[in-house]
Design a protein around this ligand. Structure first.
Ligand code: CA
Length: 391
């Protein structure tokens, strides 16, 4: 168990504190003081997970956790199960690929549907796929692959793969640009670099924004027009996606290249600009585009330059930490921190760092129904941490 440090009585800690200020000064938050949340405790729920990517809260305080290396496990009273059987055999676990996100159907208690996103295929031929199944004991049943990104690609990166349900039980899915295919983020005949919307059975919602605008080949899997799946265009590698029921808004964040990480409010039919507009540079330092704005393309709601490598995202709605209510919490891989985005009138007015004593690459953040916050560390010995308020 990690306990919050209230004092730094030793010179060693003082030096560490100065070093941490130095690191923070490299991030775009130097002008904002660190805000203190309520007194809290960080509890290790489990460790020893292989690159955990996401989790879902089951009834009776059980958890399901995905491991990017290709396993799904159930956690009961701190005990980690054997891998759940019945996952697809074509999961592609390499680099950023593998078993990714998990989401429960909004009516899970009635229908039992579990949704999983994963990279599938081979080095030469891979794609993000979405499946659903039901869990009986430690076995998945009634598995169906609902959706596959078209076209396939030959890079092991930029799959995206986050999912969130809307109130109408349609499912939004982020699809990355595949890194080598960034121009396709602007094309309506490719599902790379998009946010996708499907019905809970994989069919196409008839009110998707690009229906009827096809210029396009037919999807091999369904015979439907690819454009019909598209909800928004111009994305790079969106690793955060959440629907905020109170505001009725979808928030998403995505990795820029060197700089240009963004948070966007996602609306149907909008173009978020990648790679035509960006505040980032290519990793080589070269300019990706001469433009940071362009007619018909959305400006980021929030830009992080330099990059923070955002991973998970929640909008806090809970009883335990009232100071977070309605604010966004974002985990960072690069800075090993949680960013607290203070939102007033739908604008970020301040950013603070939370719980930086965790000091590990963070993969995901999830809000428990009791208002506590769960965080996954990104490691071959990955942990699930629970942050709860001290009373
Ligand atoms: Ca953008």
């Amino acid at each position: 168990m990690l306990k919050k440090q209230h004092f730094f009585p030793h010179l060693f800690c003082f030096v560490l504190l100065m070093m941490s200020h130095f690191v923070v000064a490299q991030a775009p938050l130097s002008a904002t003081p660190k805000s203190e949340p309520s007194p809290y405790t960080i509890t290790e729920v489990v460790d020893g997970l292989s690159f955990p990517w996401s989790l879902a809260f089951l009834p009776h305080d059980e958890l399901l956790v995905t491991e990017r290396s290709g396993s799904l496990r159930k956690i009961t009273n701190g005990q980690v199960s054997e891998p759940i059987s019945g996952l697809p055999e074509d999961i592609y676990s390499k680099s950023q690929g593998g078993l990714l996100d998990i989401a429960l159907h909004p009516d899970y208690l009635k229908n039992g549907w579990i949704y999983l996103s994963y990279a599938a295929g081979t080095d030469e031929n891979n794609a993000l796929k979405i499946m659903r199944a039901k869990l009986v004991g430690l076995t998945l049943t009634e598995q169906h692959v609902l959706f596959s990104v078209t076209p396939n690609k030959d890079t092991p990166v930029h799959f995206a793969g986050r999912m969130t349900f809307l109130p109408d039980t349609t499912l939004l899915i982020t699809s990355g640009d595949g890194f080598d295919y960034r121009e396709q983020a602007q094309r309506l005949d490719s599902l790379l670099g998009k946010i996708i919307r499907i019905n809970d059975d994989g069919s196409i919602p008839r009110d998707n924004p690009y229906i009827g605008q096809n210029q396009l080949p037919l999807s091999e899997s369904t015979g439907s027009e690819l454009t019909d799946y598209i909800y928004s265009v111009g994305h790079r590698n969106p690793q955060g996606l959440i629907y905020d029921r109170e505001r009725g808004l979808v928030f998403s964040h995505e990795h820029g290249p060197a700089g240009g990480d963004e948070v966007n409010i996602i609306d149907a039919g909008k173009n978020y600009g990648w790679p035509v507009i960006t505040n980032g540079l290519d990793y080589s330092g070269a300019r990706i585009s001469p433009f940071t704005q362009y007619e018909g393309m959305e400006q980021p709601w929030l830009d992080w330059t330099p990059s923070i490598a955002p991973s998970g995202l929640i909008v806090y709605r809970g009883q335990m930490f009232p100071e977070f209510e309605g604010d966004l919490l974002v985990t960072s891989l690069k800075f090993k921190q949680v960013y607290w985005l203070h939102v007033v009138n739908n604008q970020v007015v301040k950013q603070s760092i939370l719980w930086d004593e965790i000091a590990q690459r963070l993969r995901d953040i999830r809000l428990h129904p009791d208002g506590s916050v769960y965080i996954l560390t990104d490691s071959a010995q990955g942990k699930i941490l629970r942050i709860s308020r001290d009373d």
